[in-house]
Write a protein that binds this ligand. Sequence first.
Ligand SMILES: C[S@@+](CC[C@H](N)C(=O)[O-])C[C@H]1O[C@@H](n2cnc3c(N)ncnc32)[C@H](O)[C@@H]1O
Length: 268
Amino acid sequence: MLNKLLFHQFPNIKSLLTRLQYEFISTLNLKKDVLFMNFGYTAHHQGTDPILLDEEEEIHRYPMQLYHHVAKHIDWKNADALEVSSGRGGGAHFIVRQFKPKSYTGVDFSSRAVEFCRQQYSHLNELKFQHGNAEALAFPDNSFDVVVNVEASLYYPNITKFFEHVKRVLKPNGYFLYTDLRYEEKVAIWHAQLKSMGLKLIKEEDITENVLKAMELDRERRIELVNTYIPRLLRKQFLHFAGLASDSSNALPHLDNRRYWYFVLQKA
Ligand SMILES: C[S@@+](CC[C@H](N)C(=O)[O-])C[C@H]1O[C@@H](n2cnc3c(N)ncnc32)[C@H](O)[C@@H]1O
């Protein structure tokens, strides 16, 4: 309830709190078991074959599948790509290995996350990370073939500014691969804001059920992470943040009455 009030009425305060929350997360001495910070995706229950992963990647299956679902629709050959809000870089690393773009730059406003990524993925020349703000992207016009954004724009106080920058930095014919969630009553406004960017809509899909199913299948691991890294006093809040009712109840994970969508758009 408080969360929703802050999102709707005080987006700047909500953004500041979120920023502090992510900075706090990045002080936690997280290990390699935390490379993603999204809710995940699955379509196995609808008959789709799971993507093939190495054994050590299995723990990241559902968050990786969200990146795969978003990225699989375009040709990545020779692409220069930008990911805005790349977090701890798991998605960037996955796309680089799976789809082999020419270059991939991850930007995040958490300097600790950027520092972590620089160390973690230093062996890949085509993958770079830098500090930056989604609402003031410091790149020249027409510089990327692809812009990726996964489960982050809900925290940007001025989404229109972000969309303007995405359009500006995309080359003509470049793609915007975008996925995020919004409270049900805000979905129509969000779609209208996206439409007013003036990009061509190639694909859109409500993937809420797929995300909820992934959260259900990944529940134990996510509870374990909260219990491992978050101080006892803050666990309840973080469980809620992670869409988990509590570590003892069997209640299904939730998205707090929000719908999860993904989009493929193209600059004309
Ligand atoms: C839920 S995490 C998702 C990270 C990553 N996309 C993933 O799926 O693992 C949201 C990320 O957005 C970043 N973020 C929030 N507001 C931002 C802004 N204004 N500019 C850049 N990054 C931002 C946070 O630091 C955090 O890393």
